[in-house]
Design a protein around this ligand. Structure first.
Ligand code: ADP
Ligand code: MG
Length: 238
C-alpha cells in the first residue's frame, strides 16, 4: 500500500474510490492474457503509461471508471485492452446481434484512430470491430454492423441514425466507453449521449475518458456511473 501511494505520488496520479486497486508498474503485473501482452510487447512499449497503470486494474475489476489525463498519454489502450478481455469472456456473438463493447467518440478522425488500435490489438483473438461516423453513405456500415461485430466505435449522431433505423441495437452492450467526454460535451452532444446511454442495460460497465474534468462532465458521471473509480494524472482542478 505504502509503495503504491509513493509511486502514485511520483507520477502525479490521484485516485478516488473505495478499495482502489494497486497500479501495475509493468505490463506483466497488469495480468493481461498472453494474446494481448504479446501484441503490446511487439509495439516496443517499455511500460504502461501512468493512466494505463492505474486505469487497467480499475477497469479489469469490472468497475465504472473515470480517467483524466492529457492528450497523448495513452488513454486509448487504457480502455481498449480491458474491453477486449471483457469480450473474450463473453459467449460469441451471432450474426445480427449488437456489439458487446461500444466506444463513443466525438469525431470521425478519432473514431478511425480507435478503430486502428482495435484492428491491431484485436487481431490475435479475432475480435471484429466496426466504425460508424457521419458524412458517408450508410450501406457499408449497415453490412458491417449486421455481420456480428463485437466492438462498435461511433460518433454520436450517426450511431443514433443506425439505432433509429434498427441497423444495430445496444442490447448486448455491457462495456460502454465515452472517449474525450469533455470534447463531446463542448460539441453539444449531451442529448445524443443521454439517448444512447438510455438504450444500454443498467448492469453495464461505463468508462469515461477525458483530458479535463469540468463541472458538466461531473454531472454526466454522477448520472451514469453511480459509484466509480477515478484516476487523474497530472494537475487538474478536482
Ligand atoms: P490519448 O488518448 O491519451 O490522447 P493515445 O491513446 O492516442 O493518447 O496514445 C498516444 C500515443 O501513445 C499512441 O501513439 C500510442 O500508440 C502510444 N502509447 C500508448 N501506450 C503506450 C505505452 N505504454 N508506451 C509507449 N507509447 C504508448
Ligand atoms: Mg484519446
Amino acid at each position: 500500500e505504502q509503495d503504491a501511494a509513493e509511486w502514485r505520488a511520483s507520477k502525479q496520479i490521484v485516485v478516488v474510490g473505495k478499495d482502489v486497486p494497486k497500479p501495475c508498474l509493468t505490463f506483466e503485473e497488469a495480468s493481461m492474457p498472453e494474446y494481448i501482452l504479446s501484441e503490446v510487447l511487439k509495439c516496443g512499449f517499455q511500460s504502461p503509461t501512468p493512466i494505463q497503470s492505474q486505469g487497467w486494474p480499475m477497469a479489469l475489476k469490472g468497475q465504472n471508471t473515470v480517467g483524466v489525463s492529457a492528450t497523448g498519454s495513452g488513454k486509448t489502450l487504457a480502455f481498449l485492452l480491458p474491453g477486449m478481455i471483457h469480450i473474450n469472456a463473453q459467449p460469441y456473438l451471432k450474426p445480427g446481434e449488437g456489439p458487446i463493447v461500444l466506444v463513443v467518440a466525438p469525431t470521425r478522425e478519432l473514431a478511425v484512430q480507435i478503430k486502428e488500435e482495435c484492428d491491431k490489438f484485436g487481431k490475435s483473438s479475432d475480435i471484429k470491430n466496426t466504425v460508424v461516423y457521419g458524412g458517408v453513405p450508410k450501406s457499408k456500415q449497415i453490412r458491417d454492423l449486421q455481420s456480428g461485430t463485437e466492438i462498435v466505435i461511433a460518433t454520436p449522431g450517426r450511431l443514433i441514425d443506425h439505432l433509429d433505423q434498427g441497423n444495430t441495437n445496444l442490447k448486448r452492450v455491457t462495456y460502454l466507453v465515452l472517449d474525450e467526454a469533455d470534447r463531446m460535451l463542448d460539441m453539444g452532444f449531451e442529448p445524443q449521449l443521454r439517448k444512447i446511454v438510455s438504450q444500454i442495460r443498467p448492469d453495464r460497465q461505463v468508462l469515461m475518458w477525458s483530458a479535463t474534468w469540468p463541472k458538466e462532465i461531473q454531472g454526466l458521471a454522477r448520472d451514469y456511473l453511480g459509484e466509480y473509480y477515478q484516476v487523474t494524472v497530472g494537475s487538474q482542478d478536482l
